[in-house]
Design a protein around this ligand. Structure first.
Ligand code: AMP
Length: 270
């Protein structure tokens, strides 16, 4: 991978990288299209990274659709798919990790200890292998994107980070590889996440400015929809700290379980 990347760089080509865990959907492909506008060669990495899954999470059953993913990449104009095996990425005595110590403690970091350590470590490794000039991530994983920006800034990676908008189903559900887990009933309930975010925007439009009160209200809405709430937060878009006063630009982020499936979504209030 690195040799290929160095060859591209030697001929003056810009490399774009789209890191994914595969089971590709239109959300991933939107990142590819974004990367194609900013780079001469686009590499999609496809790796279900074991270090970002907790012991009781879905690593072993995470959906894997490699043949189809490669076809989708071909059709989308991806120049290279990097598809390492876990054994290639992590030596048996691998012992170096990267930990972000501020942005990653709350929200998903609180309920998924070690998750962002795994994410930072694999992203740093992928950057060292793919040597991209630009890397594209989705706003769907809002906290992850903020942490990666911080990783790149604090460790001086020479990589431009671009964050692309959330792609949704026509009814509002954010696309996710994990949507495959949902039964028909859970799929219906899962709509509660995007509905809650829409009602947050409506509340701001109607003059609601109390962040905590809004979050309480959204929890009730999600629970009434048959979802088990992990968190609902009104946060500063950069620091990810909870904010008391709602205003334009504040991000509402939430995570909830539909059955056993944990789903996340967010919106930047307009
Ligand atoms: P994943 O394969 O779930 O690790 O996601 C790989 C990348 O795709 C991450 O940067 C995600 O934020 C992004 N992504 C996932 N779902 C969506 C979506 N619905 N819209 C836009 N980007 C997404």
């Amino acid at each position: 991978m690195q040799r290929w990347a160095l060859e591209q760089r030697a001929t003056g080509r810009r490399i774009g990288c789209v890191p994914t865990m595969g089971c590709l959907h239109e959300g991933h492909l939107s990142l590819v299209r974004c990367a194609l506008t900013r780079a001469d060669r686009v590499v999609l990495t496809l790796f279900v990274n074991p270090t970002q899954f907790g012991p009781s999470e879905d690593f072993s059953r995470y959906p894997r659709t490699v043949e189809r993913d490669i076809e989708l990449c071909r059709a989308a104009g991806v120049h290279a798919v990097f598809l390492p095996q876990a054994i290639d990425m992590y030596a048996a005595d691998h012992s170096v990790y990267i930990t972000e110590e501020r942005l990653g403690t709350g929200l998903c970091g609180a309920s998924r200890p070690g998750h962002f350590r795994g994410v930072c470590t694999i992203v740093a490794k992928l950057f060292n292998l793919v040597l991209p000039h630009v890397a594209v991530f989705g706003q769907k994983d809002y906290q992850q994107a903020a942490i990666i920006r911080r990783l790149v800034r604090d460790l001086n990676f020479p990589v431009e980070i671009v964050v692309a908008p959330i792609v949704r189903e026509p009814d509002g559900l954010a696309l996710s590889s994990r949507n495959r887990y949902l039964s028909a009933d859970e799929r219906r309930r899962a709509l509660g996440l995007s509905r809650a975010l829409r009602s947050a925007q409506e509340a701001l439009n109607a003059g609601q400015t109390d962040g905590a009160a809004l979050c309480m209200r959204l929890r009730e809405v999600l629970t009434a929809d048959g979802l088990r709430v992990d968190y609902v937060a009104a946060i500063d878009p950069d620091t990810l700290e909870p904010i008391a006063q709602l205003r334009k630009g504040v991000v509402i982020a939430l995570a909830a379980f539909a059955g056993q499936t944990r789903l996340i979504d967010n919106v930047a209030l307009g």
